[in-house]
Write a protein that binds this ligand. Structure first.
Ligand SMILES: [Zn+2]
Ligand SMILES: [Zn+2]
Length: 821
């Protein structure tokens, strides 16, 4: 009854039975059913070795052979133990392998290496390095292979110190010329940017195979020393070493690095001569190179020529399309990839998300997000960051925030994407809050984070927060690069501290001041109406040998404009072409028209608009229109407004001026027409708001706002102010109220303007005599400008208002802008 027989037979017997049938001669003569009589006896170690190899897929089999080895007391025979370790290791039983090793009194190099390889394969790098330490402490033999593997472990855990220890051991033992080890050493050193050291090892080699050459050439490419890579490549060919696909992939990458399409094409030709025209690695590198060098057509040609493609090839082509702005083609290829039922990775998805972000394509982005979800992608930090960036760029902040909050292991790039998103979508204050969260989480900011924060502070006019970020930069040893300095100058200027900008510029070395930095400084002087300082900075800039550009003159003209320096402005406008060879662009003309019309030279401004070498641009006409409003030239105003309407306007601010002009001219049908246009275009007047910083907190007021917790006190102060300014001779100018309501209602609306509420709150919360600083997002209206002058005199305070155009310093009944703004 065979069934019973098997049922009762203990399994080791069965195995021994199976074993026995394979063991030759003497052993097989014994009865297989008696464990005592069955013994592998003195079967030589070699036979056990071949037996182990035969059982290499069968753990139980290997274990029983192991048992016999122990019974036969030949477990410490080195070669047999090495085989046993390798077999256990390959079966994934690393603990058994290690136990075998531990029982050998004096393990030789091969068995040590076998264990070391086991740790590396299981990616247990720390254990591998601990094992290597044990080898050293027990003074076991360390050969080139052991060094090689230990070095790989050091690379994986990025441990430079220990890696150098291993290299020193190899050099002391004189085994550094082994080709494998040498290649590893070169790779290791290159990974840590130690180009010179790697080169020394490479130069010390007598024989260099293609792997060695690839290590050094690849290292130079990674270090972005492309010329050295090319020199070595030619040397390699001179020595008669035939390049392999890895070499060529590096060289293609080098062409991409130097940005030379011609060079890339010749390397492509060379690849074809080497008959590598069907190698996936080489062809994918070519696709990548052509795409990065903006030659999408050739990238696609190479891609189409590929007989086999892997996911990396697909990703290269898809991201190539997306990065060159061919988002549609990228998506088409993506659907082809889906049809081919290839497995996707997050690389593909990230480049597509990036494409949607580039084009701010919210709908496609959402679709992809849904796809990710259905395809079972886990939201990791890379995908999360891409999604946050995408939704931020599309202005879909609530989506961005929801992805942000569920992204695990957020890194500095994720945080920065969210911060920049908030800042750029007008939520500067929330960006600053997020920054404190980021600090609490212990994530260190990078320069992009900090620049966007400085911009946020500038936008909010929050000097305290701006200063604290400046301090953070200094404290954490961020080199004040030109970008940071430019941002800081802008911030201090927008927060009303021109004197701080001087300090920033003073501390920056001459060599680091570029034209952008100077422009920012000149612009900040202009914003505060310090035209003379702006001109002085311009002269200093020229003395320091920095050439001005178009933006410099835009800032200069604006500065002259805000300071009423017409003569200087005219001189500058003529000198820019004659002395500085800068073309008088449309933008510069618009600035110049603005300068003339603000100063009341409306005839000259009108003539300039007529004579411009371009079709009259809306910017110039808008400037002229503003001048007409300020100087109450209704006829020219209406003429200009008519022209602007023909051009079509996209700026809601302009519609307001237009309807103002028509209202002043009592052309009510046109006022209605303009309003209708606004509605048709979907343009709504941006709601005005004012900000004031009290203590560490920013307070925001909207027009007609009554939501502030201290509203009763604020209302009381507004009422008092109203009585007092009226007693001093203030008469309300209701022309900026466009609503068709009673005069008394218009006056009431004026007193609800956000800057008045903010000023009242400032008076409530700050000590007598101190400065009040307010930020208004739009241009200050005529009446608020007028009433603020009165208030400054009555309360004996300096009131600084930053509006969309410039700074107004109100003091003792006057404003620094001389009523031109
Ligand atoms: Zn107002
Ligand atoms: Zn003013």
């Amino acid at each position: 009854m065979p069934v019973f027989f098997f049922f009762f037979m203990p399994s080791p017997f069965f195995l021994v039975f199976r074993l026995a049938r394979k063991i030759p001669s003497r052993v097989s003569s014994s009865s297989p059913f008696s464990s005592r009589s069955f013994s592998l006896g003195d079967a030589p170690a070699g036979r056990f070795s071949s037996l182990l190899r035969e059982f290499s897929k069968d753990v139980v089999g290997v274990k029983s052979v192991h048992a016999q080895i122990v019974v036969n007391d030949i477990g410490s025979e080195q070669r047999l133990a090495t085989v046993l370790v390798s077999v256990y290791r390959d079966l994934g039983c690393l603990e058994y392998a290690r136990k075998v090793f531990d029982q050998i009194p004096h393990p030789e190099a091969p068995i040590c290496t076998a264990v070391l390889v086991g740790y590396l394969r299981r990616e247990l790098y720390d254990e591998a390095l601990a094992f290597f330490e044990l080898m050293r402490s027990r003074d076991l033999e360390i050969d080139d292979r052991a060094c090689n593997f230990a070095l790989k472990a050091c690379s994986m855990v990025s441990d430079y110190e220990r890696g150098m220890d291993v290299i020193n051991i190899a050099v002391n033992k004189g085994i550094q010329r082994n080709q494998f080890l040498a290649s590893s050493m070169v790779n290791f050193l290159m990974n840590f940017g130690k180009v010179k050291e790697a080169r020394m090892i490479f130069d010390g080699l007598r024989v260099r195979d293609v792997v060695c050459w690839n290590s050094i050439i690849g290292g130079y490419v990674q270090a972005r020393q492309f010329n050295d890579a090319f020199v070595l490549f030619f040397e390699m060919c001179k020595y008669g070493v035939r390049p392999n696909p890895v070499t060529m992939a590096s060289m293609i990458q080098a062409c991409e690095g130097v940005g030379s399409l011609d060079l890339g094409k010749s390397v492509h030709g060379f690849v074809l001569c080497l008959e590598m025209g069907d190698d996936v690695l080489v062809l994918t590198s070519l696709v990548n190179m052509y795409a990065k060098l903006s030659d999408v057509v050739n990238a696609r040609r190479v891609f189409d020529s590929m007989t086999t493609r892997n996911l990396v090839s697909w990703n290269a082509m898809i991201s190539g399309y997306v990065q060159n702005g061919f988002v549609h083609e990228g998506f088409e290829l993506f659907s082809q990839l889906l049809k081919n039922r290839c497995r996707l990775d997050s690389g593909t998805m990230v480049s597509l998300l990036h494409g949607c972000a580039l084009t701010a394509n919210f709908e496609s982005g959402k679709m992809l997000h849904g796809f990710l979800y259905r395809a079972g992608f886990e939201l990791d930090v890379i995908l999360g960051t891409a999604l946050v960036d995408l939704y931020s760029k599309c202005g879909a902040l609530s989506w961005a925030l929801s992805v942000f909050s569920s992204t695990p292991n957020k890194n500095v790039i994720t945080w920065t994407a969210m911060l920049v998103g908030l800042a750029q979508n007008g939520h500067a204050e929330e960006a600053l809050w997020l920054f404190s969260d980021m600090q609490q989480e212990g994530v260190a900011a990078n320069s992009i984070t900090l620049v966007s924060l400085v911009h946020s502070c500038a936008h909010l006019g929050s000097l305290k927060k701006g200063k604290s970020i400046h301090a953070y930069l200094l404290r954490n040893g961020y080199a004040l690069s030109v970008v940071n300095m430019t941002a800081l100058i802008d911030m201090y200027a927008k927060c009303g501290k021109v004197e701080h900008t001087d300090r920033v510029i003073h501390y920056s070395p001459v060599s680091e001041k570029d034209v952008v930095l100077w422009n920012s400084l000149i612009g900040s002087y202009g914003m505060h109406g310090f035209g003379d300082r702006a001109l002085a900075a311009f002269h200093q800039m020229k003395e320091e040998g920095v050439l001005p550009n178009e933006s410099t003159f835009v800032s200069l003209l604006t500065a002259c404009n805000h300071s009423g320096m017409v003569e200087e402005g005219v001189a500058l406008f003529h000198s820019m072409q004659n002395d500085h060879n800068i073309r008088q662009s449309e933008k510069l003309y618009a600035c110049f028209v603005d300068l003339l019309s603000r100063a009341g030279h409306l005839k000259e401004a009108e003539a300039l608009v007529e004579e411009m070498p371009f079709n009259s641009s809306s910017a110039s006409l808008e400037a002229l229109l503003n001048g007409c409003r300020t100087h109450k030239n209704v006829d020219l105003g209406v003429k200009t407004a008519d022209k602007l309407l023909c051009l079509g306007v996209a700026n809601p601010g302009v519609y307001i001026v237009l309807s103002n002009i028509y209202a002043v001219a009592r052309q009510w049908d046109k006022v209605d027409h303009v309003r209708q246009l606004m509605r048709q275009c979907g343009l709504k007047k941006t709601p005005g708001y004012s900000l004031i910083e009290i203590g560490n907190q920013l307070h925001t007021f909207l027009a007609g706002d009554s939501s502030h917790p201290q509203q009763p006190e604020i209302d009381q102060i507004v009422d008092n102010l109203k009585t007092e300014v009226e007693a001093s001779g203030y008469v309300p100018d209701t022309s900026c109220i466009l609503r068709d309501v009673d005069e008394s209602v218009k006056v009431k609306l004026l007193w609800g303007h956000s800057e008045r509420l903010a000023i009242a709150f400032g008076l409530l919360c700050t000590p007598a005599g101190s400065l009040i600083q307010i930020i208004k997002n739009l241009r200050v209206c005529n009446d608020c400008h007028n009433v603020t002058k009165y208030i400054s005199k009555i309360v004996q305070r300096e009131i600084v208002v930053r509006d969309a155009n410039r700074f107004h310093h109100f003091k003792n009944g006057k404003c620094s802008c001389n009523d031109y703004w």
